[in-house]
Ligand binder design. Structure first.
Ligand code: PRE
Length: 361
């Protein structure tokens, strides 16, 4: 075959490099096992996963990437190596909003790698319960979407929990239209989560204007139904198409090409500072004049930037609200610590929901 004589020496070099990579990965894995033994001897039972250390490693890899592979690709490769190393120390159980094939499952794998055991739960509050009870080490829940805003179920679940946020995951959301049908004109009903229906509204108005739209509990549930309800189609991910054996009738049907969802990782452990962190807070002020100003002022005074503020009913009475606030920095950073002390003097209640590394990719 043409060029074969030129390929052989290149392939020999690749073979030699693969042997070196394999030896180095094996050595890394043995050291991770040693780390696991040290943690065990120190009496750790559940604290094997160290998000702050992982974020530092992944940022170092991203910043040192010489190319030609892009940053996302090299981070993904190292993410998987670390995931496998952690599984040698202690396999993690991670709860996600199911069923199989949801974007939340993709977010869980993006954050923890493929070597964790993921477990689907049908509702957000069940994920909180699974983590609080110790049935799972961590949970992954959606918190906001760039076109649809906050996921109120998730915010409300923080009102009554002592769980902490240990990380965030940012995922680009690409919706596809999946069906057993062979073409768009056979489709009589579109099933999807209400947020996905809203995110694809312009596309649906244009290409399936007279087709019934039915909201269901998740996109993966829509895909599961589309496999058994004749004439139906689901809006879901291409991963769901593989799981439920559906045809991809159309790709990227979201109206906003930058459609992104942010997820939170919830757990029971505190995470140390990494130098590029976020802190989430729940603040209540009581219903008095200037309450919001009192909440914002300490951050402005200490030069802390706020990345999000969201108000929700407190469930304690009519017109009583709580604020969900995200700020830049870790609670151990001196500026953040000063702003929080100041805020505690002004607000009725300040609940720290966790300080955690910003998403690396
Ligand atoms: O440094 C540690 O504490 C480790 O356990 C090692 C390691 C790794 O593979 O680098 C694995 C899991 C932790 O979450 C962080 C890092």
């Amino acid at each position: 075959m043409a060029g074969e004589d030129k390929l052989s020496p290149l392939r020999e070099r690749i073979d030699a490099i693969d042997a070196e990579i394999l030896a180095l990965i094996a050595e890394r894995a043995r050291i991770a096992q040693e780390v696991g033994r040290v943690k065990q001897e120190a009496g750790e039972r559940d604290n094997f996963y160290r998000p702050e250390r992982e974020a530092r490693i992944l940022r170092r890899v991203r910043d040192a990437n010489p190319g030609p592979l892009d940053d996302e690709t090299v981070v993904r490769i190292f993410r998987e190596i670390m995931s496998a190393c952690l599984a040698l120390e202690k396999p993690l159980q991670v709860a996600f909003l199911g069923p199989e094939g949801t974007f939340t499952q993709q977010a869980a794998y993006k954050h923890f790698g493929q070597s964790v055991q993921v477990q689907p739960f049908p509702a957000i509050d069940e994920i909180f319960r699974a983590v609080a009870s110790g049935a799972c080490h961590f949970g992954v829940v959606p918190v906001e979407n760039s076109s649809e805003g906050v996921v109120t179920h998730t915010l409300d679940s923080f009102l009554g929990t002592s769980l902490l946020i240990s990380g965030e995951v940012v995922l680009r959301i690409h919706h596809a239209l999946l069906s057993r049908c062979r073409s768009l004109d056979e489709v009589q009903e579109v099933l999807a989560h209400s947020q996905a229906l809203a995110q694809c509204r312009e596309w649906l108005d244009r290409f399936l204007p007279n087709v019934k739209r039915t909201p269901v509990s998740s996109n993966a549930e829509a895909a599961r139904l589309a496999a058994i309800v004749p004439g139906s189609a689901a809006i879901a991910s291409e991963v769901a198409a593989r799981i439920y054996e559906l045809n991809v009738l159309e790709r990227n049907i979201e109206d906003d090409p930058d459609n992104t969802t942010r997820f939170l990782v919830i757990g029971r452990q505190e995470v140390g500072p990494t130098g590029d962190d976020k802190t989430s807070l729940l603040v209540s002020t009581g219903n008095r004049p200037g309450a919001l100003y009192q909440v914002l002022q300490p951050f402005a005074a200490h030069g802390i930037s706020m990345t999000k503020i969201e108000s929700r009913p407190s469930r304690r009475g009519m017109w009583d609200y709580v604020f969900f606030i995200d700020i830049e920095g870790h609670r151990d950073d001196p500026g953040v610590a000063r702003a929080l002390r100041n805020l505690e003097q002004k607000a009725q209640m300040v609940k720290w929901l966790g300080s955690y590394p910003k998403a690396v990719i």
